[in-house]
Design a protein around this ligand. Structure first.
Ligand SMILES: Nc1nc2c(c(=O)[nH]1)N[C@H]1C(S)=C(S)[C@@H](COP(=O)(O)O)O[C@H]1N2
Ligand SMILES: [Mo]
Length: 163
């Protein structure tokens, strides 16, 4: 195999990609090394797992909010109430998936410092795929690993006439 490594420390072998889809002006496919283009944050977290007890991990990666904002979610950025109907669905290669609301990670609302992690305990995730990191969660279940798709959806209850 003659794969060339572009990022120092990147694992040899297949490189995982995640698809950014949905109500976005700029849908994209991103590798873990492309996620290094955003400012990197570190989160030292603990969470409870129903099966393996309390877990401790250190993650680094960009803020989910910054990566998704660059993809151009189809709301009017000047009108805060326009964002409240947007959902974010995060899907792993094994089918595990979790929903966030846009407002949960928005600096004007919940301000949760959610990361799309590119390293886990110092090891690159280029092969396994990015992992969702939610320092505010007590339970580990939303720490979706092996992310292959993130879908932004502003159509929830659209047309219901509510509002
Ligand atoms: N893709 C995927 N991510 C997942 C899970 C899973 O089944 N699939 N389980 C979650 C649960 S329930 C927990 S507690 C944490 C466990 O992370 P750890 O074992 O690496 O500490 O991963 C989360 N992320
Ligand atoms: Mo868990």
């Amino acid at each position: 195999m003659s794969r060339s490594l572009t990022a120092a420390g990147a694992a040899a072998g297949p490189v995982a990609e995640l698809a950014l889809t949905g109500d976005l002006a700029h849908p994209a496919r991103l590798t873990v090394s492309q996620l290094l283009a955003w400012p990197q944050h570190r989160a030292r977290v603990s969470f409870d797992c129903a099966t393996s007890g309390t877990r401790y991990h250190s993650f680094t990666g960009p803020l989910l909010h910054e990566v998704l904002s660059a993809a151009g979610p189809r709301f009017d950025p000047a009108r805060r109430r326009d964002r409240l109907r947007f959902l974010i669905a995060v899907h792993g290669t094994d089918g595990h998936h979790a929903l966030l609301s846009w407002a949960e990670i928005d600096p004007d609302f919940g301000r949760a410092p959610v990361l799309l992690a590119v390293t886990l305990d110092g090891a690159p995730l280029d092969g396994a795929g990015a992992q969702l990191v939610l320092p505010q969660d007590r339970c580990g279940a939303r720490y979706v690993s092996g992310i292959d798709a993130v879908r932004v959806d502003g159509g929830y209850l659209a047309g219901s006439g509510a509002g």
